[in-house]
Design a protein around this ligand. Structure first.
Ligand SMILES: Cc1cc2nc3c(=O)[nH]c(=O)nc-3n(C[C@H](O)[C@H](O)[C@H](O)COP(=O)(O)O)c2cc1C
Length: 173
């Protein structure tokens, strides 16, 4: 099945997942890259970094154009490690799904944590120097530290397994 992996990554986390997904798809992946220049395919695995709780604008626009296609969504985000992560990840997938036009068959989503830029960690550290009891900054710094190892090998293995599942689901339709 002619398949494209279309993604947007600013700091490399989503790119890492996109590369793993393309590898898992093997020869059926005919394109790995940005929205611009993506060829006509039957199946699209579309990925984005998370910006203020949604996919980035470039990917939003791309999702909107997938009339008559099969599509799945993947993302990386700063949130993770907590019990509520799964719920947050489901929400991100659901928000992306809502961007798809009628007549596009949605085949599911995958989200994992990605490290956040150093500047964000530094901002929390500075806030805590001023106010060591600032709980929001304490939680933020914990999240930042937790994210430093992601995407890790487990995330990558799970992304690959998910991509293989999406492909077999698409073939079964
Ligand atoms: C401006 C900005 C906004 C962000 N907004 C969110 C957000 O709303 N939720 C979240 O979980 N992560 C958020 N993040 C974290 C990124 O989505 C995360 O680090 C992601 O893995 C980056 O992907 P990339 O390396 O492919 O660019 C934000 C990061 C930046 C820089």
């Amino acid at each position: 099945m002619k398949t494209a992996v279309v993604y947007k990554s600013v700091t490399g986390n989503t790119k890492m997942i996109a590369n793993a997904i393309a590898a898992a798809l093997g020869d059926e992946c005919v394109y790995l890259g940005g929205a611009e220049g993506a060829p006509d395919c039957e199946l699209y695995l579309v990925g984005s970094w998370t910006d203020k709780g949604v996919c980035c604008d470039e990917i939003k626009g791309f999702l909107k154009g997938l009339t008559g296609k099969k599509a799945a969504y993947f993302a990386t985000c700063g949130y993770g490690g907590a019990e509520s992560s799964e719920k947050y990840y489901d929400m991100l997938v659901e928000r992306a799904r809502k961007e798809l036009p009628e007549g596009c068959t949605f085949l599911g989503g995958f989200v994992c944590q990605g490290k956040m830029p150093e500047a964000i960690g530094e901002r929390y550290r500075q806030a805590l120097e001023k106010d060591p009891g600032d709980t929001r900054s304490l939680q933020g710094l914990e999240l930042y530290k937790d994210g430093l190892s992601h995407p890790d090998e487990k995330d990558i293995a799970e992304a690959k397994a998910w991509a293989a599942e999406v492909l077999s689901r698409a073939k079964g339709l």
